[in-house]
Every structure is written in C-alpha cells, then in structure tokens.
Ligand binder design. Sequence first.
Ligand SMILES: Nc1ncnc2c1ncn2[C@@H]1O[C@H](COP(=O)(O)OP(=O)(O)OP(=O)(O)O)[C@@H](O)[C@H]1O
Length: 260
Amino acid sequence: MSETALRVSNISMHIAGLKAVDEVSFDVPAGKIVSLIGPNGAGKTTTFNVISGYMRPTAGEVLLFGKSITGLAPEQVARHGLIRSFQRTSVFPNCTVKENLLTALHLQGTSGVLQALLRPSGFRAEERRLGGQAEALMEFLGLDHRADEQASNLSYGEQRILGVGLALAAKPRVLLLDEPAAGLNPSETEDFKRMVTRICGSGVTVLLVEHDMHMVMSISDHIVVLNYGRLIATGSPADIQSNPEVIRAYLGSGIKNAQA
Ligand SMILES: Nc1ncnc2c1ncn2[C@@H]1O[C@H](COP(=O)(O)OP(=O)(O)OP(=O)(O)O)[C@@H](O)[C@H]1O
C-alpha cells in the first residue's frame, strides 16, 4: 500500500455561522493524482485554504506525511513541502521565462548578498547551479524554446504552465492546483494534463480542484466529492461516475458541460 502524503482528518470550517466545510476526511496517497470536485459553493476552495494554511480550521487536523501542519502559516506549510499554485496566473509579466524561474529558484537557493560579497566564486557556482535547474525545469515544462520570451508574450496556456513551474521551483512533495484548466482551450487543456501527469510521474503528489470533468476523469487516480461542505463520495473515476448521489448533486450537469 502506498504511503499517505496528505491526510485531511475531520476538518470543519465555519464562516459567519455557515458550515463551509463540515467534518470532511480524506487521504491523498503519495505519488497519486487526486481531484476534489463538487458544485459551486461545495467547500472545495475552503478545503484548499485550510490545507495550505490560508485558513485555520474550526476543527480537525491536516497531516503531511504523518506530521501535523494544522494552523501553520502558508509559508511554513510550504517549507514542509506543500505548495499551492493559484487559479490566476502569478508570473512576473515583464521578465522572461528563464528569469521567472531563476527568481523562483533564487527564493529557494542559498545565495545572498553577504555570501556574494564574502565569496564571489561560491556565488558564481550557485548561479550556475540555479541556471542549470532553470534549464531543466524549462525542458520539463516544454517551455525551453520560449526561454528568452517575456512572460507577458506567452499564450494564456503557457503562462499557466509557467505559473506551475514557479511552484515546482520550490521542490514540493505535494502540489495543490486550483482549477488549473479554467480558461484554457481544449489543446491547452491537453498540454496541461500531460504536464500534470509528468509532475506526478516525477514523484510529486498532486491534489487538484477542477470543474473540467474530462480532465478530472482522465487524469485522476482518486476523486473526492463535496456537496454543501460535506463529503458525499470518494473513489476511482469509474466509481464516481456511477455514484447516484454524485450524479444527482453534480455530475448530471457536469457531464453535459464537459461534453459541450
Ligand atoms: N470568506 C468567506 N466569507 C463568507 N462565506 C464564505 C467565505 N469563504 C467561503 N464562503 C462560503 O462557504 C461556502 C463554500 O465556498 P467555497 O468557495 O469553498 O466553495 P467552492 O466549492 O470552492 O465553490 P466554487 O466551485 O464556486 O469555487 C460557500 O457557501 C461560500 O459562499
């Protein structure tokens, strides 16, 4: 059996008297792609906010590889290896693709002004090391041919991929993706799906919130369904597609949308 990367244990998040998330528990196995789905207002974003430290849950616990990260600030959660990539693109528009990745890598690196002043050769070695990592990341993302392009000149799909690249620069063990396919055209969605599969293949566990049911059903190992803040089903894509409660609450219209 595979190790549990992320355990969400009985979390509740009450906001102004509303049970946005109500006693939700699920596991994300290491090395898998898990999708969190459900109708608008079901509590998906709130669950992401709790997991990634943007909200402290009213009750319950979040464990990352067995260690509690409940109530930690987002930067502390990130230091433990859980990184969240946001729905809106968050690239530096006036920098090139390579500069974007180098900036993100520098934030993880050890070089600093003091080190540069004290030991310029060490600083140069660090620059070379990060340059090599940026090249490898660009190749992994399929953006190597765009290395010197300003990020604002990339297509929307490429900008989303670069946004994920910035998250990957932090070397996550678990990556949370918030509606990665939103606004992407079908061919960009295919590119994105391939990249998510490659990310998972490289050993990073992926949890995503997504409304595009074609994407969810084709890439997920496991699906978690929320409705009105409560967990109503978990299972494989096949289990979920044939679950009457999920069809009633969500997939009835979701499948129609996905096929449109
Ligand atoms: N900061 C907040 N203040 C008040 N209500 C909130 C807040 N955040 C979430 N809610 C409410 O909590 C419930 C769950 O919202 P949430 O955004 O988590 O759902 P969702 O499943 O992500 O929806 P969507 O698919 O539309 O993004 C909703 O009823 C929402 O209105």
